[in-house]
Design a protein around this ligand. Structure first.
Ligand SMILES: Cc1cc2nc3c(=O)[nH]c(=O)nc-3n(C[C@H](O)[C@H](O)[C@H](O)COP(=O)(O)OP(=O)(O)OC[C@H]3O[C@@H](n4cnc5c(N)ncnc54)[C@H](O)[C@@H]3O)c2cc1C
Length: 349
């Protein structure tokens, strides 16, 4: 049996453990969190991620806790819809629910250690960094030169039991502010917000972040005001957004990075967890079918360029969505695009 040590039992680590051939590999996961996250949030799952879930044999289970993300408009800060693109095939999935399905898919023979890993030097076999944006494995892999970088933006998110109000779904882009409202599979509302803030970068005070959010969005769209009236610190997550510097390879010698540890990106394309799942399914399939060095070389070829391009595209989307000085120009261009799209729709009908 060849040993594989996975640091991090989040989306990427659990998905990898679920996909590895336990007849060939002796797998151990080290995870610091003792249970599932207590504050609920939601993840957009794009078709590529759904294919990765299918490859792991758990797509039907995930579909049971998912809702199709249709009816999501792009709106200005006051809530007027610029564009209502037809979103097809994207699911909204409960994060805790997804982690639960992944947990259940991990074979019983996988060893579980509940602790925070500080030092990876004594770990045996292939070392997998699935430990998120602040990865200790990446730091060791890059001789301490790849620390995560804080962006100036705060991200808040939460789930409310009340349903999304009629004609409220979508993203609201204001001047340096972004607010999102989407349905959840249990008939509730998933909301998220982002704006520049001096809170953090570590240990953000949730109540203060919520207070700042209410102040930033005061007098804006009615639907946003209603969500923020109901939101409470106990059901809200607040953090600074961090990203990972550019990496030219994810696997070499005895270690490999998956998910945010490899390509932590801003959340504006909704792709981080999706790519973490694709990383895990790809790496599992390669390790199961090739010697480890050949599998790592193929993993680099298949995953580095695509995920680094997504990382850049996501950073571009963040600048556009949270534009401050360029906001009037952005809004004018989006209004023109909206007029053209309406005229094209009338022409078609
Ligand atoms: C506001 C926001 C919204 C988002 N929305 C979406 C979305 O809609 N769709 C999407 O695809 N992505 C989204 N993402 C991105 C997504 O959350 C991440 O890309 C995804 O969670 C990455 O999974 P991961 O397993 O690589 O890392 P993580 O989810 O960070 O998991 C890492 C795990 O490692 C553990 N760990 C860390 N360090 C150690 C250590 N030293 N020892 C032991 N354990 C350790 C942690 O406890 C954690 O369980 C969003 C992110 C944010 C911030």
């Amino acid at each position: 049996m060849e040993a594989i040590t996975i640091v991090g039992g989040g989306v990427a680590g659990l998905a990898l453990a679920a996909g590895l051939d336990t007849q060939r590999f002796d797998v151990t996961i080290h995870e610091q969190r003792p249970g599932l996250p207590s504050v609920e949030s939601s993840l957009a799952m794009w078709p590529q991620a759904q294919r990765a879930l299918a490859a792991l044999g758990i797509l039907p289970e995930v579909q049971k806790i998912a809702v199709p993300l249709g009816g999501m408009a792009l709106r200005d800060g006051a809530g007027i819809a610029w564009l209502s693109p037809e979103v097809r095939g994207v699911l909204g999935v409960s994060r805790a629910g997804l982690l639960g399905v992944l947990e259940a898919a991990v074979p019983r023979s996988v060893h579980r250690v509940t602790r925070r890993v500080e030092d990876t030097s004594a770990m045996s076999g292939l070392l997998v960094g699935a430990d998120g944006v602040h990865s200790v494995v990446r730091r060791a892999f890059r001789d301490g030169h790849a620390d995560a970088r804080p962006t100036p933006y705060l991200a808040l998110r939460g789930v409310l039991a009340e349903p999304v109000g009629e004609d409220a779904g979508g993203e609201y882009w204001g001047r340096g502010t972004l607010f999102g409202i989407a349905p959840t599979s249990r008939g509730g509302t998933y909301w998220y917000a982002s704006f520049r803030s001096g809170l953090g970068p570590a240990g953000v005070d949730v109540a203060e972040a919520l207070r700042q959010t209410r102040a930033r969005f005061a007098g804006g769209a009615a639907a946003v005001g209603r969500v923020l009236e109901t939101a409470a610190p106990e059901t809200t997550l607040a953090q600074r957004i961090w990203t990972v510097p550019l990496l030219a390879d994810y696997g070499r010698k005895g270690s490999v990075l998956v998910g945010d540890a490899a390509h932590g990106m801003t959340p504006n394309l909704g792709r981080g967890a999706c790519e973490a799942l694709v990383d895990a399914a790809t790496l599992a399939q390669l390790l199961n079918s090739r010697p480890v060095p050949a599998a790592l070389a193929a993993y680099n070829r298949q995953r580095v360029v695509r995920t680094q391009l997504l990382r850049l595209a996501s950073a571009g989307m963040t600048r556009l969505a949270l534009a401050e000085r360029a906001q009037p120009l952005r809004d004018r261009l989006l209004r023109v695009a909206a007029r053209k799209s309406r005229a094209a729709a009338v022409g078609r009908s």
